[in-house]
Design a binder for this molecule. Structure first.
Ligand SMILES: [Zn+2]
Ligand SMILES: [Zn+2]
Length: 260
């Protein structure tokens, strides 16, 4: 098999993995939303269709650099990914996860702020904000330029910061789950956490919801560090209003269904 074909197959495999991971995770939380807040996504079918299409296009953009790097890791010994747990001290496992999250968060914060400059917003970021309000399917609903800025982060970091393969899996799982849940329209973490000392530094749905409502604030991804440092943190949003707007219509819809 030629090298080009092997790299192509690796990129296709990664695209499939990212796409299926997105469908399963968003699907699971969309289902949880139907159980916890029936009717929250009522009337959003067209929007959700667009969210899925943009997200699957993003999966291909994420899959290509990931596939190339995975091929190089397997065949040429690229990257600083290690599989022997003893290669670094045990304490380094959680530290490496935090390093990756912080580096990704830093990259995201500054590229996200850049994409809110009006000229770039129209080109690269309006697609993501076209979801009003976003749903669990909006996790990867990005214009290709925005998808590209996100797709390069982890493939670049694995060349710079050593990480165990399981710790890398943890980073990717956190990335996927938080990307979905931050957009699903309700808070899954308990109030004592989001409103307590931990929530003062961590980003969950309540924080990102305010970004989608007000645009010019709450730019971070995992941590409130950069938002707080740069004065762009406007605190947590409140879902009561959007839930109040959606739920009565949905109840009517269910009643109509029953009558029929
Ligand atoms: Zn968002
Ligand atoms: Zn934004």
């Amino acid at each position: 098999m030629t090298i080009a074909l092997a790299i192509l197959l690796s990129a296709l495999a990664m695209t499939a993995i990212v796409g299926v991971r997105y469908l399963l995770t968003s699907g699971a939380f969309a289902l949880a939303t139907r159980v916890k807040h029936p009717g929250l996504y009522a009337g959003l079918d067209r929007q959700m269709g667009k969210e899925v299409r943009w997200s699957l296009a993003s999966a291909a953009i994420y899959g290509v650099p990931a596939g190339v790097v995975a091929w190089g890791w397997q065949n040429l010994g690229w990257t600083r990914i290690y599989t022997e747990a003893a290669a670094y001290p045990l304490w380094y496992l959680p530290v490496s996860v935090l390093l990756y999250l912080f580096a990704h968060d830093t990259w995201f914060y500054w590229t996200h702020r850049w994409m809110h400059v009006p000229k770039w917003f129209r080109i690269a970021h309006a697609v993501h904000h076209a979801s009003r309000p976003p749903t669990a399917w909006a996790a990867m609903s990005f214009h290709p330029i925005e998808a590209l800025t996100g797709a390069l982060v982890i493939p670049a970091l694995v060349f710079l910061i050593p990480i165990h393969i399981a710790a890398l899996g943890t980073v990717l799982a956190i990335m996927t789950i938080m990307g979905v849940t931050n957009h699903m329209g309700w808070e899954m973490f308990p109030r004592f956490m989001t409103r307590g000392p931990l929530g003062a530094w961590l980003i969950t749905a309540s924080h990102h919801q305010r970004h989608h409502e007000q645009y010019g604030c709450n730019f971070g991804l995992y941590f409130r560090f950069w938002d707080r440092l740069c004065g762009t943190d406007k605190g947590l949003g409140d879902f009561a209003r959007s839930h109040g707007r959606r739920v009565p219509g949905a109840a009517a819809g269910r009643d109509a269904g029953r009558a029929a």
